[in-house]
Write a protein that binds this ligand. Structure first.
Ligand SMILES: Nc1ncnc2c1ncn2[C@@H]1O[C@H](COP(=O)(O)OP(=O)(O)OP(=O)(O)O)[C@@H](O)[C@H]1O
Ligand SMILES: [Mg+2]
Length: 266
C-alpha cells in the first residue's frame, strides 16, 4: 500500500528550522494495521499528514499504490484523498451546524454521486457504526463517543483503502475508548482496510499487528505481543496464513526499545 523512503519534513518557523521527520523508511502492507506511538512533538502527526496527502515531504518518496504522493499535482492528490484515504482525528472535526447525516454525506460530494445516493450511503454508513437512530442530531447533541462514530462513518462512507487515525480515542473515557477501538477493529477486519493509528495509549497500540515508535523524527519498530498479533492475523487473514517461523518475543514495557540483536534463549 505504502512504501516510504528517505522521507524528511522541515518546517521553517521564523529563523528556526524544525526537522519534524529525519529520514523515515516505511512499508505498510495491504490490509495491515500499524500503530504509531512516541513522545509528544516527535513527528507522529506530521507522518500521518504526509501519508494522507495533507502535506508534502521536504524530500523523499511517498509511494501510495505505485504513485508518489510527493510528486503528484494538487488536483491529483485531492482526488486520491477523496476516493482512497479516510481520516479520523482526536477532536472529531465534524461541522457543528450539520446533522450526523449531512456530515457523512459531505465526504461523498467530491465523488459526484447523486444526492439520493449520497443520502442512502450516508444512512447505511451511520447504521454500520450504530447510529441509525441519530441521523438528524447535530454534533452538539451527541456524546463524544457518538461524535467519533459519526467521524468514522464519514471516513468510511467513500469506501477508502486506508484509514488514518490520529489519536482517535484521545478525548474519550476508557469505556468509550474500548468501544471505538472495537468498532475500528471490526471495520478493519470486515472491510480489509489498511489502518495506521497514532496513539499515546499503549492499550490501544497493542491491538495492532505492528507498533512503530516515532522518536526525534525517526521511526523504529517494536514487536507486538505475540498472542495479540496472532489473534489479529488469524482474524484478518485466516489461521492458515500465519507465519510458520518462530514466534515473536513478547511486548516490551512502554518506552523501551527492543534489543538490536536479540540473543536466543537457552
Ligand atoms: N505547521 C507547522 N509549522 C511549524 N512546525 C510544525 C508544524 N507542524 C508541526 N511542527 C513541529 O514539528 C514537530 C513534530 O510535530 P507533530 O505534530 O508531528 O508531533 P506529534 O508527534 O504528533 O506530537 P503530539 O503527540 O503532541 O501530537 C514539532 O516540533 C512541531 O512543533
Ligand atoms: Mg500529533
Amino acid at each position: 500500500m505504502y512504501k516510504l523512503s528517505g522521507v524528511t519534513k522541515n518546517y521553517a518557523k521564523g529563523r528556526e528550522n524544525v526537522a519534524a521527520l529525519r529520514g523515515v523508511d516505511l512499508v505498510v502492507e495491504d490490509g495491515e494495521w500499524l500503530s504509531i506511538q512516541g513522545p509528544t512533538g516527535h513527528g507522529k502527526s506530521t507522518l500521518l499528514q504526509i501519508l494522507g496527502g495533507l502535506d508534502r515531504p521536504s524530500s523523499g518518496i511517498v509511494d501510495f499504490d505505485g504513485r508518489d504522493l510527493a510528486q503528484l499535482r494538487e488536483a491529483e492528490i485531492t482526488r486520491v484523498r477523496a476516493t482512497s484515504i479516510g481520516f479520523v482525528f482526536q477532536t472529531f472535526n465534524l461541522v457543528p451546524t450539520l446533522s450526523a447525516q449531512e456530515n457523512v454525506e459531505a465526504a461523498l460530494v467530491p465523488l459526484h454521486v447523486s444526492a439520493a445516493v449520497r443520502r442512502q450511503r450516508a444512512a447505511v454508513a451511520l447504521d454500520a457504526v450504530g447510529l441509525g437512530d441519530r441521523l438528524r442530531h447535530v454534533p452538539g447533541e451527541l456524546s463524544g463517543g457518538q461524535q467519533q462514530r459519526v467521524a468514522i462513518a464519514r471516513a468510511l462512507v467513500k469506501e477508502p483503502k486506508v484509514l488514518l487515525a490520529d489519536e482517535p480515542t484521545g478525548n474519550l473515557d476508557e469505556d468509550t475508548r474500548d468501544e471505538i477501538i472495537g468498532l475500528l477493529e471490526t471495520m478493519w477486519r470486515e472491510r480489509g482496510l489498511t489502518m495506521v493509528l497514532v496513539t499515546h495509549d499503549s492499550a490501544v497500540a497493542r491491538r495492532a499487528q505492528r507498533i512503530g515508535v516515532m522518536k526525534n523524527g525517526r521511526l523504529s519498530f517494536r514487536p507486538p505481543a505475540r498472542a495479540q498479533a496472532a489473534r489479529a492475523q488469524a482474524a484478518h487473514y485466516g489461521p492458515s496464513d500465519l507465519p510458520a517461523g518462530p514466534l515473536q518475543p513478547p511486548d516490551l514495557p512502554a518506552g523501551e526499545e527492543p534489543p538490536a540483536d536479540p540473543v536466543p534463549a537457552g
